[in-house]
Design a protein around this ligand. Structure first.
Ligand SMILES: Nc1ncnc2c1ncn2[C@@H]1O[C@H](COP(=O)(O)OP(=O)(O)OP(=O)(O)O)[C@@H](O)[C@H]1O
Length: 260
């Protein structure tokens, strides 16, 4: 298919468009003098068809940002959109529906159901939602993640890396508008971690998905197209086409500010 959009020279075919957006997003935990401002009037745009990493020191607000963008947590003030839908203001039922139908999640702990096979885990969210999986798409996802010969295995019969690949397939299976990955390599050795990151990269490049990943690891962040740096609840910097070395150098500057 050739449209003016797919002809963009920077390969941003699916990059044209906004997957999620926040405007003046503030999140405070608690009230009064003990309140913690986890996010302080954050403006952010997540481009569609891109791989965005979120980095920053511990406590800088990375998980809170992800949770607020994904409709997993309420905001104190400001507005959040997923695509064209304003997330802020949706009631619980609609929020649940939005998360289920339009967002994929990966966590550090793979969160697979131990009694189900890999195949059953992959389609579980859709089974719960009463949605029929698109078999051709699910097969493509399974092929991309090289899980074809593991589908009958239960999680305990799989390595950590394979389990996270199943979790990745589960996140992709409903073809969500946005995949949030919170420290997806945090529980993996570096080889399995690299494999999962390569598959997330392939999900963006080959399957045209959109990924937002929270990570502490500069090497993991280097797989992304763009790194957003959070500091004390604000986006303080960003880096396109990151290398692990450049990300590490940028992270060191947080230490200088803190301890210097
Ligand atoms: N449920 C909560 N109740 C009170 N304070 C919270 C809660 N969740 C987070 N916070 C505070 O909000 C701030 C941001 O936390 P958040 O977990 O988003 O940071 P993070 O950058 O993801 O940290 P880490 O890298 O350690 O996971 C921190 O000061 C944290 O203590």
């Amino acid at each position: 298919m050739s449209t003016p959009e797919t002809a963009k020279p920077d390969g941003a075919a699916e990059g044209a468009g906004v997957a999620a957006r926040a405007e003046s997003l503030t999140k405070a935990y608690g009230t009064g003098p003990t309140a913690v401002v986890a996010l302080d009037a954050v403006d952010v745009t997540i481009a569609r068809g891109r791989y965005t990493a979120v980095m920053g020191p511990s406590g800088s607000g990375k998980s809170t940002l992800m949770h607020c963008l994904a409709g997993l947590d309420t905001v104190t003030s400001g507005r959040v959109w997923l695509g064209e839908t304003e997330v802020t203001g949706l009631d619980d039922r609609r929020l649940t529906q939005l998360r289920r139908d339009r967002v994929g999640f990966m966590f550090q702990s793979f969160n697979l159901l131990p009694t189900l096979s890999a195949a059953e885990n992959i389609t579980l969210p859709m089974d719960i939602a009463g949605r029929k999986p698109d078999k051709a798409w699910v097969d493509t996802v399974i092929g991309t993640l090289r899980l074809g010969d593991r589908l009958r295995h239960r999680p305990a019969q799989l390595s950590g890396g394979q389990q996270q690949r199943v979790a990745c397939a589960r996140a992709l299976a409903s073809r969500p508008e946005l995949i949030f990955a919170d420290e997806p390599t945090g529980n993996l050795d570096s080889r399995s971690g690299a494999e999962v990151l390569t598959f997330l990269r392939a999900a963006v490049d080959d399957l045209r998905q959109t990924v937002v990943m929270v990570t502490h690891d500069p090497v993991a962040a280097s797989y992304a197209d763009l790194v957003l740096f959070l500091g004390d609840g604000r986006i303080v910097d960003e880096m396109a086409n990151p290398t692990a070395e450049a990300v590490l150098e940028r992270m060191k500057r947080f230490d200088v500010i803190r301890h210097g």
